[in-house]
Design a binder for this molecule. Sequence first.
Ligand SMILES: [Zn+2]
Length: 508
Amino acid sequence: MMKICLVRSAFILTIFALAKVSGCKDSFMKATLVRPTGRKIKKNCTWVASRPSTRCTFKHATDFCPETCSDFEPDCESDVRARFKIPFIGWRRCIWVSRQPILRCAIKGISNLCRATCGSLPTSAPTMCSTDALCGADVATTYGPLECDPSGLELMLLDQYSHSDDGETTDVMVRLYGPAEVTQAAALVIVAPHGGDLEPTYMTTRTTDDEVYCPEDDDCVVSSDSYTKEIATKIANSVIENYCKVPYLVINELHRSKMDANRERPEATFDDPEAINAWQNFHDFIQDAQNAIQSQFGTIVNEDDIEGIIGILFDVHGYAGYDWDDSDGGKFIQWGYRLSKETLDQDPSTGHCPVDSDLADSSTRGSFTHARALPDQSLECQVRGPQSLGQRMNELLPMTSDAMCGASLPSFDYQDPKAISSNALYCGDDDGTCHYYSGGFDLEVHERHDWESISGIHMNTVQAELPRCLRWATDESRDTVHDEVANNLSIVLCSFLRDLFGADANTC
Ligand SMILES: [Zn+2]
């Protein structure tokens, strides 16, 4: 397997100079091959490679697996005639690609199969760019649930901020949960800033177009990210169930029309004194959690001499995405690293490709400012390589009856948010450009320990915008889908943490 990856990488590096050679590599998809008896079988090149002398003689095998079957004179210039299975789209032939070649040749792996169709395009560019060469194509290891006994472990309420207006009713506005003892902790802070539903009448109601507090071009948002509080809590409980460690969890109980915890203070609070208190406590609670994780897991100095806390902050959101493919929005989980879709744009015609080289001069752009320079790590691979959070989630699909619901962007399968969000296959907006959410205030300030001055020790942050198809699902399936999402995210976050900091760090 490793040898194949190296060969593929070499092809990727020469792909721009030698366009015709680009089609001469094994496909990662399944294809319909035909045995000498005439029987059709659906297999991939790994299967062919295990007995090439026989299987390369099956119809379509040679052209589908030209590296494996290099002794059988593969045709590297024509379209493959077999049907092949495109992840999340289904079984197609090159004739389907030829109907919308500009869009469809951009789907990962297609230009390698529909060589004539895609090779005749003026910019017959693969979307894989150099991520493949940098990070390889091997699936990441999954650190699966442990055989451990979680009894006795639970999310404890460690702190809260509440307000009592008339001495009778008490409104709890912000809550911090975590382990009873710090030795039980997981190196993970889960944050839900937009899932609250508390709307005290004594607080100012935020509006979308307030002239003082809402920036001119960017109106304030006052609608909540439904079910993100519930899902964030389930993720925390899944970590306990699966790994017998207790993460920290910070919940904003206030509805977004009262306080938006993921904005700078004026826009967040409209200068309402109670909203300011809640906002301050929300962020202080996150810092408290980071302090606890630092005391338990320590820090590590990376190759850029940046000291970072061993752990991750995960900020949970949801997007309506009215501009995506239908009224329910897109199906992607949008991962945010404070890298815009322009920064993530893979445009080989301009040579704009790897995140790493683009960010070489800057230590402040994007999140993962600490993780990116740990030994043998790369921001490009962390964001959309096979070991990225997004790709790890893809490996656990499906999560609902719709296989596409919850596919991750960016990920190894879907590397380029700009291409995806202007691809008619996914984006149904009239002007052909859907919105990609790259992360906000929480990530910006909590990437550093001293959040108020954005300084001090680093801690890696990432956000996920969950699609409506996962958050709402259906009335009947909602609870089950939330369980599935939370379970998968706990596995993905813990596997990522373990690969990043090593098994000895005992992060999860
Ligand atoms: Zn949100």
